[in-house]
Design a protein around this ligand. Structure first.
Ligand code: ATP
Length: 374
């Protein structure tokens, strides 16, 4: 499968979509650079699939524009947009063999048989299904069916690949493998790709850019690391990864740091613009940034408490600790075979600590500019 030399960008401006009285998307703007893999991530019902279907031309927009490679496609029929689509249930033709399924788009375009066969063979190799051309979809595993669907959509060399929850029917381990494969495949082909998912791990694993949505709005756009390390709101902090959220008030500011008063006491934390003195704010602390200690030192530490819940997860353990002042915090500790790792039991007294620099302060008030042009 040849690499696209000139991947196309997608630009969406002022998009509105309603179903009857229900407004699903309101004034949504988004720019996806050519060749990127962009994940639309958000809770159920936030409008991800609706946005994907609008890009595909499967729904009509109320207002706004959609451009692919600089060409306006807002009112073009789906088959004129040069897209490839893969759905959650793969939508393979059950009575056709794998090779016939993959060849389908070329047949429609009346590509002559010799070229068709060569392109099918190349696409099958690309998705590692070389010897499976004669099988029916029912004779394949879930992961293999997903690969057939990918090959079928890529064989026509679309400008844009749209994937709607492509891996949700697969088990966790296979999903992990397919994430790597999709990312490799996409990088090799270079096609601009939009993926709908509600699985934050999937978005972190495959996206160049994550678009976090809620209630028909875009809350934040950024590279996976940016969105994870610098969530723009408590919602994003909690939706991607986990977070302890604490109410606080800004007491003083100096350069990029703020002194805040909170149920955890007075803290000095990095502060964004807009966190003005006297204003209320919310603090996020990721559980993995909280150290939990038992034994010597636990009595003299600043934050002390008692373990209320323990959830063992194999590679790590989650602890919910009730501090002496009543605040409950979640901490996570990797499980190591090291002999010096102390056991922590239910109801044990422990100490907690964290670096002030790991605390994220969210100013309350108007939503900050999140750079909709990515
Ligand atoms: P999920 O992850 O559950 O698929 P989503 O973020 O993809 O959710 P959408 O499928 O875009 O959400 O749906 C957004 C909202 O639009 C939902 O409230 C849904 O019920 C509504 N909706 C979607 N399609 C239609 C339709 N054809 N007619 C009426 N309402 C619709």
């Amino acid at each position: 499968m040849p690499r696209l030399l000139d991947p196309v960008e997608i630009s969406i401006g002022g998009l509105r979509k309603s179903f009857g009285p229900l407004v699903i998307l309101e004034d949504l703007s988004l720019h996806i650079p050519g060749g990127d893999i962009c994940c639309l991530l958000g809770p159920s019902g936030c409008g991800k699939t609706t946005l994907l279907r609008l890009i595909a031309g499967l729904e009509k927009v109320d207002r706004g524009t959609i451009r692919i490679g600089g060409v306006e496609v807002t009112h073009l029929a789906p088959h004129h947009r040069e897209l490839g689509m893969v759905f959650q249930n793969y939508a393979l033709f059950p009575h056709m063999t794998v090779a016939e399924n993959v060849a389908f788009g070329l047949r429609l375009r009346k590509v002559p048989p010799p070229e068709r066969q060569a392109r099918v063979a190349s696409a099958m190799t690309m998705v590692k299904l070389d010897k499976m051309g004669d099988r029916l979809p029912s004779q394949l595993s879930g992961g293999q069916r997903q690969r057939v669907a990918l090959a079928r959509s890529l064989i026509t060399q679309p400008k844009v690949l749209l994937l709607d929850e492509p891996l949700s029917a697969l088990d966790k381990k296979l999903r992990g493998q397919m994430q790597v494969e999709i990312k490799d495949l996409q990088r090799n082909v270079g096609v601009t790709t939009v993926v709908v998912t509600h699985d934050q791990e999937e978005a972190l694993a495959i996206a160049d850019r994550i678009v976090v949505m809620d209630g028909g709005r875009i809350l934040q756009i950024g590279r996976p690391r940016e969105v994870y390390d610098k969530p723009g709101s408590p919602f994003v902090a909690d939706f991607i990864g986990a977070s302890n959220t604490i109410e606080a008030k800004v007491m003083a500011r100096a350069r990029e740091m703020a002194t805040v008063s909170s149920p955890l006491g007075i803290l000095k934390v990095p502060a964004p613009h807009g966190a003005s003195i006297g204003s209320d704010c919310l603090l996020s602390i990721r559980p993995e940034n909280i150290n939990i200690l038992s034994g010597a030192g636990a009595e003299t530490a600043r934050w002390r408490g008692q373990v209320r819940h323990i959830v063992y997860k194999g590679n790590l353990t989650e602890y919910v600790v009730a501090l002496d002042n009543g605040v409950e915090l979640k901490a996570v500790r990797p499980n190591r075979a090291a002999e010096d790792q102390q056991e922590i039991a239910l109801e044990q007294n422990v100490s907690l600590s964290w670096s002030d620099h790991s605390v994220i302060l969210h100013a309350q008030g108007p939503t900050p500019d999140i750079g909709l042009r990515g």
